[in-house]
Ligand binder design. Structure first.
Ligand code: MN
Length: 255
């Protein structure tokens, strides 16, 4: 390959599924994610949920980076807690696949970006715990779930809901190039105990909830609690995807 020609990195995206009538199972992901990857210069590749073992390794070897997406709640048994009444939609198959993907990305130094459920997943995969319902479990919590509460709090998914203080000197700070960013907020769970190996790179300004973490000593490992793929009109959000793609291109050149 010509090192001077920019490559189009292949980005593996995790998927979810739902069971429809007649026991038919449909895998899906929201097109906002694939659009964000394409706009940043990457080519999306679906990672179906039935991947495992050798086949999973083969597919992960073939992609240049991975994106862990938003979705339903993670099984609290994975971090040693009983299930809260507000914890919904547990899919053990998706949890275990994404934990495998996270471990693979760390072991093989593959660039990884994790969004919403993704930040919770990587935290659990690395030994951290979650608030199963931030609003009632964290003292002083502000509203983070702008999916619902249509009468009082509903916000458009593409507009900011709260601000995040960015920790200077972090990967996130180098991408967004500012000390504060305004983010949407579409989650009811959040990081409680942050895994030892992760560095906190952003917190909600209003209540201090962890909103971004990253792994040092890795080419690119960033996880955010908000949904940058919905905020395509904000340059700092586009830059998050561009940074993932750039890290993949750099790795491809030095392969
Ligand atoms: Mn939030």
């Amino acid at each position: 390959m010509n090192d001077f020609e920019p490559t189009t990195p292949l980005i593996g995206l995790s998927t979810s599924f739902h069971n429809a009538l007649e026991s038919r199972v449909f895998s899906y992901l929201e097109s906002a994610y694939t659009r964000a990857v394409r706009n940043a210069g990457g080519a999306p590749r679906y990672l179906p949920l039935d991947l495992q073992g050798e086949k999973l390794n083969e597919v992960l070897e073939a992609v240049d980076g991975v994106l862990l997406l938003g979705g339903d709640d993670i099984d609290p048994g994975l971090y040693g807690q009983p299930r809260h009444t507000k914890t919904k939609g547990i899919k053990p198959q998706r949890d275990s696949l994404e934990i495998e993907i996270t471990r693979y990305a760390i072991r093989n130094r593959k660039p990884l970006l994790a969004i919403c459920r993704g930040i919770q997943l990587v935290n659990v995969a690395l030994g951290g715990t979650l608030y199963q319902h931030v609003l009632t479990e964290m003292s002083g919590a502000s509203q983070h779930d702008h999916h619902k509460d249509a009468s009082r709090h509903k916000k458009r998914r593409d507009l900011p809901a709260h601000s995040v203080d960015v920790v200077p000197g972090t990967l996130l700070a180098s991408i967004v190039k500012t000390g504060t960013i305004n983010t949407n907020s579409l989650h009811h769970q959040g990081l409680q105990v942050v895994a030892n190996s992760l560095t906190i790179s952003g917190r909600c300004h209003a209540d201090g909830l962890v909103e971004a973490v990253e792994l040092k000593d890795h080419p690119f490992f960033l996880a955010v609690q908000w949904h940058p793929e919905e905020m395509v009109n904000f340059p700092e959000m586009q830059r998050i995807f561009q940074a993932l793609i750039a890290a993949c291109q750099k790795k491809a050149v030095t392969k």
